[in-house]
Design a binder for this molecule. Structure first.
Ligand code: SF4
Ligand code: SF4
Ligand code: FES
Length: 246
């Protein structure tokens, strides 16, 4: 039976931590999460990892595999070079709890700071609304998000520049876009985007889009249209002049 080496990060928040190598048997159809579970069962019962669905839908098993943010349960071993050790480490944009588990609670705090869905008054006397299918389809893409936070992990504004207090990150720009572009929503989040939520920090590197397991076009369909709205509102001289007169 074939074997492969997994170089897994071991450590706690309060200790330095290091990689440890584990050899384990690999069979057809295995994913990285299977290998981690096998290592837990046979060699390292105290190895911490977070997972839930093993189907790419809960967003819990996010990690960095060979240096790239990915879901452990959706990374098949036959897509990796098993001649070399496969490195598995925790997301680096969030504080470590233990081994592969990070504290992602900052994201939940950020979400609470975004203005909620605010429906406009109903269109018909029976309390119902009308909207076009095209408008509904537009936001549907953003609703595929599984909150794995891989896009947050790869974004240099959070990861390298640690702007967690000033920038909400690609996941929550996508969430804001889903609200702002919702055909029934009457809320206004453009001022927040410009100031508290730091949309100006994003320089459209598209790294977030590249790692999204749901293939959401984060930059093209969410961030760029939001940036355009912010620019139109706050920086376009003609619009500003018109608003002044209005
Ligand atoms: S496109 Fe913007 S949000 Fe996405 S990774 Fe780059 S800087 Fe971050
Ligand atoms: S937008 Fe994509 S990468 Fe970001 S949290 Fe949602 S599913 Fe994960
Ligand atoms: S275990 Fe649910 S996404 Fe991987």
């Amino acid at each position: 039976m074939a074997h492969a080496t997994f170089r897994i990060w071991r450590g706690r928040a309060d200790s330095a931590g290091d990689f440890a190598d584990y050899q384990t048997a690999v069979t057809d159809g295995m994913v990285v999460l299977d290998a981690v579970h096998q290592i837990q069962a046979d060699q390292a019962p105290d190895l911490a990892c977070r997972w839930n669905c093993k189907a790419g839908k809960c967003g819990s098993c996010s990690a960095e595999i060979n240096g790239r943010p990915r879901l452990m349960c959706m990374t098949r071993l036959n897509t990796l070079d098993l001649a070399e050790p496969v490195t598995v480490e925790p997301m680096r944009a969030f504080p470590l709890i233990k081994d592969l588990v990070t504290d992602v609670s900052w994201n939940f705090k950020v979400k609470k700071g975004i203005r909620r869905f605010q429906p406009r008054p109903p269109d018909a006397p029976d309390g119902t609304w009308r909207m076009s299918q095209r408008d509904a389809d537009r936001v549907q893409e953003f609703r595929k998000c599984i909150e794995c936070f891989l896009c947050q992990d790869v974004c240099h504004v959070l990861r390298d520049h640690d702007k967690h207090e000033e920038f909400i990150g690609p996941r929550f720009l996508t969430y804001t876009a889903a609200l702002e572009m919702h055909p029934l929503d009457a809320g206004d989040r453009l001022g927040d985007l410009k100031d508290a939520h730091g949309i100006g920090y994003c320089n459209i590197t598209k790294c977030c889009t590249k790692v999204c397991p749901e293939h959401i076009h984060i930059t093209d369909n969410a961030i760029i249209p939001l940036k355009e709205r912010v620019v139109d509102r706050f920086y376009d001289p003609v619009t500003r002049l018109l608003r002044l007169f209005r």
